[in-house]
Structures are given as structure tokens and as C-alpha cells.
Design a protein around this ligand. Structure first.
Ligand code: FAD
Ligand code: PYC
Length: 413
């Protein structure tokens, strides 16, 4: 028997080192409390510490870190949006993603594959041309491609003109990428904790304490904490927390489902999305096909997967890739999408002094994790939203300055 095996196999010889320092005790006061230890809350904590020297920060989560939508999303990253505000914002996120493994010293498996949005109708092609022009104008690489180019970019795709909804062309967005979602959350968590941020899991916020129109603290399942500032980053629970802070959000929360197949030999390089057929797919580093569709057609806080979703996904997916007929689905799950009327997020200040919001991430927020974290940290530190996120303020709904991104959503919702 090799000596090493005996040495490391003996109990007590080598203790596994936990990557996060333990934080057993909640202190009675912090400068900043961040509610939600998803990718967004953790990224904001990291940038607060790194860019602004603010480390007296507690990140609270009712569950475990990265266990909300961050753990449930299909990790598509892209900046091929429709509005100039959206394109600029997501483009900064891609730039941050590219350097993130090095920055955090944690491999997030960032993989640029190219992103294809298929057009099955003339109307879809028209919207894609519009997107391509806005994208190119802002230096983002998006192009309309014809069927010959599509065949070259994605050989397994069924381009048969005899299909019920034949493919007419596509929007090709070269920077389209995927990354490992839990690595993003853990990378930010460890890097933030190294700088002194405390992460308290299983600590639910049950009330917001105020004093003369300003934040005074939070009520939690582990007691009361005083603080000077609060950042809300709870994605699928956004309206519930905002109600505790005394204001309403124009958000409807609906389930969003996804699934993965058994691992297959790598055959699918680009991410393929069909807005008209309401399905999308990418192949993970493990070979699994990661697939999803539209949001469930009812408002609900339950995260139950349904047979209807799987059935609705299978037929259009097989129209695109008929040879997948025998492939087994291994896992299926649901998350909660906090949908805004204009399909853009809500970031910035709120009617409550010292209370900042990061919400309305619907089906599109994973890709924004780095940029939102960085810019929300700046907002919390300075008390002012930087120009990049200023257009996404909550007040846009009151002054009719909405940012319509429905045409750039992954699939129809
Ligand atoms: P979350 O990761 O949900 O974190 C919020 C945290 O808040 C949770 O951990 C929760 O436990 C905690 N919390 C809630 N209430 C409280 C409370 N009262 N007290 C304490 N803690 C609380 N986006 C993309 O960009 N690309 C995609 O491909 C993509 N695919 C998706 C597929 C699916 C199936 C789903 C569901 C979503 C998808 N999204 C995608 C959207 C994306 O997942 C979310 O927008 C993003 O993860 C939001 O991150 P977050 O950190 O804000 O929220
Ligand atoms: O925002 O690209 C996206 C996306 C794909 C699937 C869910 N959201």
C-alpha cells in the first residue's frame, strides 16, 4: 500500500480546511447589511471591500450561499440586448467576467462559445437586425448570419426547410458564454470573506427597522441588528422584502424551470436559443445539455418542476436536434423569476433613506453578477447611482422611462 494513502487515510492526520472562515456570532451592529447571499449580494460585498474599503459588512441569507436562483440558472452570459442602456451594462459585465477567475483566484470555468438566436419568422429576423445594429454601434460583436454560416457555426442543427417552423437565419453573438454558477458565488464569497466581510447563512431577514425615514437595522430569525445601510439582493423574493421596507415594486414573481441531460460527448459548441420555439440549450463542461424554456404561466412562490415543462421542451428541442430523441433527462428544477414590465432590472436608490435595491432580475440576472455587484457597491458607498445604472432606477416606472428589453429576452415569456 502506498505510504501516502496510509498517511492521509489515518484519522486526525489531515483536517479539511473550510474555504470560508466560520462566523458563528452575529454582531449587534454593522455599517452595511446585505440581504441575500446569491451571486449579486456576494459580489456587492466583495466590491464594497475591494473598491471602497468598506468591510464592516454582514451578508445574510435565509438558506445557504448561492442556493437561490444563482444555483438554479443556466449560466448564459451575453450582451446582445436591444436598448443602448442594456447593451452597455451587460457589456461591462462580460469584460469583468473575462478576468474574474484570475481576479478571485478561483476558476469559474468561463467559456466563450458564441450565442445563436435563431429566427423562424420574418418578424424575428427584423428584431435581430435591429439588435445587431444597436450592438455594433456600441462595439458589441453581433451579426445576422444566413443558413450557410449557421451550418458552419453549428453543424448538428437541423436546417431542413421542410420543418413546421424552418430556421431562416440567426443573430450570432460571438462573446456569448457560459460559466460555472456556484463557482461564481463561492469565488466572490471567499474573496469577500478574506477582506473581512461576514457571511451568515440560515439567517432570515423578517423586518426592516427604520427611524425618521432612514434605515436603522434589520430584524432577523437570529435577533436584531443595527446598521447604517441595507442592500436588498433577494431576486425571487424582491417584492416581499421591499414590502418590509415600506414600498412596492412593479414585479410579478413566476417560476422558471430548467433541466439537464445525461453527459454526452462534446458536440455543441455554441449556445443555441430559439425565441420562437421557446427553448434554449448549451453543453456544459461536463457534457450535459443544459436546457430551458419560458417562465411558467402563473405567479407562484413554489419551486416545483412540472411534467408540462418537460413535454413542452422536448418537441421543439427535437425539431432543432432530432438525434437527441434517446437522450435521458437527469435532473429538472425550478427557480423564481422576479419579472418587471419592461424586462429590465431595478437598481439604485429607494424611497427609504440608506436602503438600496438590486432586483427585477427575472430570467436574465446571472450574466449581470459582476457588473451589478460592482456598481451597486459604488451606489451603497457613495449614496449615488453611477451613470451606467442610473437608467435602471425604480422611479423610471413613475416617469414612463421604461427600458423595453422583451425583444432581447432569451425566449418568449
Ligand atoms: P439569488 O441567487 O436568488 O439570491 C437571493 C438570495 O436571497 C437567496 O439565496 C435567498 O435565499 C435569499 N433571501 C431571500 N429572501 C431572504 C430573506 N428574507 N432573508 C435573507 N435571505 C433571503 N440569468 C442569466 O443571466 N442567464 C441564464 O442563463 C439564466 N438562466 C436562468 C434559468 C433559471 C431556471 C432561473 C430560475 C433563472 C435564470 N437566470 C438566468 C436568472 C438568474 O438566475 C437570476 O437573475 C440571478 O441568479 C439572480 O441572482 P441574485 O444573486 O440576485 O439572486
Ligand atoms: O438571459 O440569456 C438569458 C437567459 C437564457 C436563459 C435564461 N436566461
Amino acid at each position: 500500500m502506498p505510504l501516502g494513502l496510509i498517511k492521509y487515510g489515518l484519522p486526525g492526520r489531515r483536517r479539511a480546511r473550510h474555504p470560508l472562515p466560520s462566523t458563528p456570532r452575529l454582531r449587534p451592529r454593522y455599517d452595511v447589511v446585505i440581504v441575500g447571499a446569491g451571486g449579486h449580494g456576494l459580489a456587492a460585498a466583495y466590491y464594497l471591500a475591494r473598491d471602497h474599503g468598506i468591510t464592516d459588512v454582514a451578508v445574510l441569507d435565509r438558506g445557504w450561499l448561492g442556493g437561490g436562483n444563482t444555483a438554479r440558472n443556466t449560466t448564459i452570459i451575453r450582451s446582445n440586448y436591444l436598448t443602448p442602456e442594456g447593451v452597455r451594462f451587460y457589456d461591462e459585465s462580460i469584460r469583468l467576467f473575462r478576468g474574474l477567475s484570475g481576479e478571485l483566484d478561483f476558476n469559474i470555468l468561463y467559456s466563450e462559445r458564441g450565442h445563436l438566436t435563431l429566427a423562424h419568422t420574418d418578424a424575428a429576423l427584423r428584431t435581430m437586425r435591429w439588435r445587431a445594429e444597436v450592438n455594433k454601434h456600441l462595439g458589441v460583436d453581433s451579426e445576422i448570419v444566413d443558413l450557410d454560416e449557421l451550418a458552419r457555426l453549428c453543424p448538428p442543427l437541423n436546417l431542413d426547410r421542410g420543418e413546421r417552423f424552418p430556421i431562416l437565419g440567426a443573430l450570432h453573438h460571438k462573446p456569448g458564454a457560459i460559466a460555472r454558477h456556484d463557482a461564481v458565488a463561492w469565488g466572490y464569497a471567499i474573496a469577500a470573506a478574506r477582506r473581512g466581510v461576514e457571511i451568515h447563512q440560515r439567517t432570515e431577514v423578517t423586518g426592516i427597522l427604520t427611524d425618521k425615514g432612514r434605515v436603522a437595522g434589520v430584524e432577523t430569525t437570529r435577533g436584531r441588528i443595527a446598521c447604517g445601510k441595507i442592500l436588498q439582493a433577494v431576486a425571487g423574493s424582491s417584492p416581499l422584502l421591499a414590502a418590509m421596507a415600506g414600498f412596492r415594486l412593479p414585479i410579478r414573481t413566476v417560476p422558471l424551470q430548467a433541466c439537464v441531460t445525461e453527459p454526452l460527448k462534446p458536440f455543441l459548441d455554441p449556445i443555441v436559443v430559439s425565441g420562437s420555439l421557446h427553448v434554449y440549450v448549451s453543453q456544459s463542461a461536463r457534457g450535459e445539455l443544459v436546457m430551458g424554456g419560458p417562465t411558467d404561466p402563473y405567479a407562484l412562490y413554489a419551486q416545483r418542476p412540472t411534467l408540462e415543462f418537460k413535454e413542452g421542451l422536448a418537441a421543439p428541442m427535437l425539431a432543432l436536434f432530432p438525434f437527441l430523441a434517446e437522450v435521458r433527462v437527469l435532473r429538472q428544477w425550478a427557480g423564481l423569476a422576479d419579472m418587471t414590465p419592461d424586462f429590465s432590472p431595478i437598481m439604485g436608490l429607494t424611497p427609504l433613506g440608506g436602503y438600496y435595491i438590486d432586483a427585477g432580475w427575472g430570467t436574465w440576472g446571472f450574466k449581470a453578477t459582476p457588473v451589478c455587484g460592482k456598481r451597486m457597491a459604488e451606489t451603497v458607498a457613495t449614496g449615488q447611482a453611477p451613470p451606467l445604472i442610473e437608467p435602471f432606477a425604480l422611479e423610471r416606472f413613475a416617469v414612463f422611462r421604461q427600458l423595453g428589453e422583451r425583444g432581447a429576452a432569451s425566449v418568449g415569456h
